[in-house]
Design a protein around this ligand. Structure first.
Ligand code: ATP
Ligand code: MG
Length: 385
């Protein structure tokens, strides 16, 4: 079995420039002036988008609005939500177990595949697997693709070559190319009976964490997002690279890495306090008020809070908004806490910040993110969030 090779892009090509730009982003510790308690909520929202995006590649019919509703009301269990829950668990597993020295060996990949397919119906009827965590024991074809993945008798060798490729120490200038090529190669080999797409997209995330693409201590990069915007394009580019010709493989790399670069630049703006205030939270509060999910008074309080430098407040400050009676102050604050729209910035503390990930504010925030181009259209099926 031949080792997987990385072709050299030509110096001065678009691809080479994209890699140089990404390298700058790798060492630049992204991290603006958004307080951590706001940033981590945004991270949670991006995780939702990542998960839903990946689940919907195959046509899981859960739309963003349904999913948001489920989070808000905490309900319903069917296979498509189980698939989404599994993806979330797998992301969590990766974040727990990936650092600069992680080896992505067979056990690591097997564990993720088990999490992804846990409890789901095996193909052809569901998104589970007949061999959770183990390589397929029969031949497969890929829907609407001319490429036939390796015969199951020789699959083990192909898989071993893949494992060595992703764990080899590649020189810095080849590391991002490795990530791009690994995704295609994984799909090309199609080691599992199902879940290859989901697995491959999660591996992108794991590789980037290992390479040091981090934002503060949390990671909100959604490395596969370029695939979610246009599934046909994703499949076309994979198909083209299936020839394994250097030029086609490099074209795949350019497609993938340009998407990644755009994603990271977009995320960068989310760390800018001014942007988060003016372009996300203020408009979201307006929407929540229009939809009567908050009262005029609550709107005033939350807007006041969001506009503050530290994006947090004490109940005493309500005097500034005309609520002077201290009993009235605590009732007003308690009401917002009950609605889960206020939480303390520290456990049991008396300083409160806005909370928008598990209540009706989430819907408004999603709407604004969508308007600002953070949400792929296909997550919505043309509906309003
Ligand atoms: N022409 C192609 N060449 C290589 N891989 C392809 C091609 N077309 C599609 N694929 C990959 O195959 C995946 C589908 O394989 P599989 O059904 O095993 O994965 P899944 O995770 O169950 O599904 P999905 O990715 O659709 O959610 C696609 O997501 C894509 O990554
Ligand atoms: Mg499938």
């Amino acid at each position: 079995m031949e080792a997987i090779q990385i072709p050299d892009p030509s110096w001065g090509s678009d691809l080479a420039n994209i890699i140089l730009d990404l390298e700058k982003l790798r060492t630049k510790q992204l991290g603006g002036d958004v307080p951590p308690y706001i940033f981590f909520q945004l991270k949670d929202i991006f995780q939702i988008l990542e998960t839903l995006g990946s689940a919907r590649i195959e046509g899981n019919n859960t739309t963003l609005s349904e999913y948001v509703e489920k989070i808000i009301v905490d309900g319903s269990n069917d296979e498509s939500s189980d698939e989404i829950i599994n993806l979330e668990k797998a992301i969590h597993f990766i974040e727990e177990h990936t650092n600069e020295t992680t080896q992505f060996d067979r056990a690591f990949i097997s564990e993720i595949h088990k999490i992804l397919t846990d409890g789901l119906t095996p193909p052809p009827n569901g998104e589970g697997s007949r061999y959770s965590g183990a390589l397929r024991q029969h031949d497969v074809s890929i829907k609407s693709s001319g490429h036939t993945p390796p015969n199951h008798f020789v699959l083990q060798q192909y898989f071993d070559a893949f494992i060595s490729f992703i764990n080899e120490s590649h020189k810095e200038q080849y590391q991002l190319l490795m990530v791009a090529i690994a995704h295609h190669r994984f799909e090309h080999i199609h080691p599992f009976d199902n879940g290859n797409g989901r697995m491959g997209r999660l591996l992108n995330y794991a590789f980037l964490i290992k390479l040091g693409f981090q934002v503060k201590n949390g990671r909100i990069i959604n490395p596969s997002s370029v695939f979610y915007t246009d599934r046909d394009k994703y499949y076309d580019m994979l198909s083209k690279a299936d020839s394994l010709k250097d030029s086609d493989v490099l074209e795949w790399c350019e497609y993938f890495l340009l998407g990644l670069k755009n994603e990271i630049e977009k995320i960068d703006s989310l760390l800018d306090q001014n942007y988060v205030k003016k372009q996300i939270l203020q408009p979201a509060l307006k929407i929540a008020r229009e939809n009567e999910h908050i009262t005029t008074q609550e709107f005033k309080i939350l807007t006041y809070l969001v506009n503050k430098e530290e994006m947090a407040m004490k109940s005493e400050e309500l005097s500034k908004l005309g609520i002077t009676d201290s009993k009235k102050k605590s009732i007003t604050m308690a009401k917002l806490r009950d609605k889960k729209m206020l939480i303390s910035t520290t456990k049991g503390g008396r300083i409160y910040t806005i909370h928008f990930v598990n209540n009706y504010l989430l819907r408004a925030v999603m709407q604004v993110l969508k308007k600002n181009g953070f949400v792929s259209d296909f997550l919505n099926n043309g509906e309003e969030v």
